[in-house]
Write a new protein. Structure first.
Length: 262
C-alpha cells in the first residue's frame, strides 16, 4: 500500500475563477428533501413516509465542458492528425477514449517554472536546465508536470492570465524523448492568450499561436491542465495516476490526478 497520496486535482465548482468568462462550469444541487418524488415515481404506492427519515437521494446536474476542471486533452483537441514527425507517420489524432492506459500510471517529474513571468514561453533550454538543476534524466513515458505561478492563484481573479506556457520547442524536447503525458497547473499548456495576443498584434507571427498544443501535430501527446498542489510535491520520487473519463471520440476528459508515494 502507498504511504501517501497527494491530490493534484481541482474541484469542479460554481463561481470559481478557473476559466474565461462564459466558459465556467455550472453545478445544480438537489438535496434529499427535493428528490423524494424521484424515488417514489419508480415504486407505485410508495410514500414519503415509507422512506428512512423521509429522505430521497442527493444528486447533481452539471453543465460543463470536457475542458472544465482538471482534465486531460487528447491529440484530437490540438489537430485532426498527429505524428507527422515520427517513423510511424501521419495518422488521425487519438481521442480521449483511445489513450493507452499504461501511459496514465507512470513515474512523475516536476519542473518548477514558478519564477518565470506571466506570458513567458518556455524553451527547450529552460527544460534542460531545470532537469540538470534537479538532477533528473528523463525516461520514456515519464509524466512531466509543470509548476507555474498560476497554481497558487487558482480561484482568484487573474488566474487564467497567470503563469508561463510551454512553447513548441519545449514540448518537442519532451516528446522526442518519449514523454507522452504532461500537465500544468495553469489554465493552458501554452502561455496565457492575453499575453500571446499582444505579441501577435506586434509581430503578426502566426507560429506563436497555440504553439505548444500544435506540437502534437508532429508528435502526439496527452496533456493535463488545471492541476493543483504541484508546489507541495518534490521534483520526483512518486507515481502519477491520471486516468481520464472515457468519452467516445472526445477531445478531453476529466481526471482525478494524484501523486502516489511509496
Amino acid at each position: 500500500m502507498p504511504n501517501r497520496i497527494v491530490d493534484l486535482s481541482m474541484s469542479i465548482d460554481n463561481g470559481v475563477n478557473s476559466d474565461p468568462p462564459g466558459l465556467a462550469a455550472k453545478v445544480q444541487y438537489f438535496n434529499h428533501e427535493e428528490t423524494v418524488e424521484h424515488i417514489t415515481s419508480f415504486f407505485p404506492g410508495l410514500k414519503k413516509e415509507d422512506l428512512p427519515d423521509q429522505e430521497g437521494w442527493a444528486v447533481e446536474l452539471l453543465e460543463l465542458s470536457t475542458h472544465n476542471g482538471t482534465h486531460m486533452d487528447a491529440p484530437w483537441h490540438y489537430h485532426s492528425t498527429q505524428d507527422e514527425a515520427i517513423d510511424s507517420g501521419k495518422r488521425k489524432s487519438l481521442g480521449i477514449d483511445e489513450v493507452p492506459l499504461d501511459w496514465c500510471l507512470r513515474p512523475g517529474v516536476k519542473l518548477d517554472f514558478r519564477h518565470f513571468e506571466d506570458g513567458y514561453v518556455v524553451t527547450a533550454a529552460d527544460v534542460e536546465n531545470e532537469l540538470t538543476r534537479i538532477g533528473y534524466e528523463l525516461q520514456p513515458l515519464d509524466i512531466v508536470l509543470v509548476n507555474t505561478a498560476a497554481g497558487e492563484k487558482h480561484g482568484e481573479e487573474g488566474y487564467v492570465s497567470t503563469g508561463c506556457g510551454m512553447g513548441r520547442e519545449a514540448t518537442l524536447y519532451l516528446t522526442e524523448r518519449g514523454v507522452r503525458v504532461v500537465g500544468t497547473d495553469a489554465w493552458s499548456w501554452d502561455a496565457p492568450f492575453v499575453h500571446t495576443a499582444k505579441k501577435w498584434i506586434e509581430t503578426k507571427d502566426k507560429s506563436i499561436i497555440w504553439e505548444g498544443h500544435k506540437a502534437g501535430k508532429d508528435i502526439g501527446y496527452f496533456q493535463m491542465e488545471k492541476l493543483a498542489n504541484l508546489e507541495t510535491i518534490p521534483a520526483y520520487g512518486y507515481t502519477i495516476s491520471c486516468f481520464p473519463v472515457k468519452i467516445k471520440e472526445a477531445s478531453a476528459g476529466w481526471t482525478r490526478t494524484v501523486a502516489i508515494f511509496d
